[in-house]
Design a protein. Structure first.
Lengths: 112, 112
């Protein structure tokens, strides 16, 4: 079964706007990773946040992690049409190193 | 980072036949993983493949249906046996490398 849930399931925004998506999970984790997938292709790793971190930045991406609420958020600032993709969170549990549990994903469409 | 390639990138197969998917990594890694992504869905872990030992399968996946080989530290194969239309999915291999998990480009399989 899927570890986490993501919301929203779909997000439609215009270029230049920010996109925020959330991920919730159920078990204790070592880390949480965010991925992007374009049109059913392979997954591109975006960012990893460890369980003892609260916030991380990478370029236009900002990820937060709240382990007390078992939730994470991904913010994409100043979105571009090229950001159109599906975004997945994936958690690595403390008792199963290397195995990832994926959220359902958020489909983001950025219109010019 | 780890660079992963998969062959074939896509295939169309007849029901009852089998397909073997190859995964090659540019670095030596202990653990490799195989995931399935059914149409419009998120990713589900099929099995973990360690070099020198039998693969470990997740609930709902069995060796007879998805035999896996792991002959060395840079290569693995996944066979989808006795295929049915329900096996139509994207199959992805991944590796855990320095805490981050990287994915191959995927093999898109359509079973008629």
């Amino acid at each position: 079964s899927q570890q986490g849930e993501e919301d929203p399931q779909a997000l439609s925004i215009q270029e230049g706007e920010n996109a925020t998506m959330n991920c919730s999970y159920k078990t204790s984790i070592n880390n949480l990773q965010w991925y992007r997938q374009n049109s059913g292709r392979g997954l591109v790793h975006l960012i990893l946040i460890r369980s003892n971190e609260r916030e991380k930045h990478s370029g236009r991406l900002r990820v937060t992690l709240d382990t007390s609420k078992k939730s994470s958020s991904l913010l994409i600032t100043a979105s571009r049409a090229a950001d159109t993709a599906s975004y997945f969170c994936a958690t690595g549990a403390t008792d199963s190193w290397g195995k990832l549990q994926f959220g359902a994903g958020t489909q983001v469409v950025v219109t010019p | 980072s780890a660079v992963i390639s998969q062959k074939p990138s896509r295939d169309i197969c007849q029901r009852g036949t089998s397909l073997t998917i190859q995964c090659q990594v540019d670095s030596q890694v202990t653990m490799m993983f195989w995931y399935r992504q059914q149409p419009g869905q998120s990713l589900t872990l099929i099995a973990t493949a360690n070099q020198g030992s039998e693969a470990t399968y997740e609930s709902g996946f069995v060796i007879d249906k998805f035999p896996i080989s792991r002959p060395n530290l840079t290569f693995s194969t996944l066979t989808v046996s006795n295929m049915s239309p329900e096996d139509s999915s994207i199959y992805l291999c991944s590796v855990a490398y320095q805490e981050t998990q990287y994915f191959g480009p995927g093999t898109r399989l359509l079973v008629l």
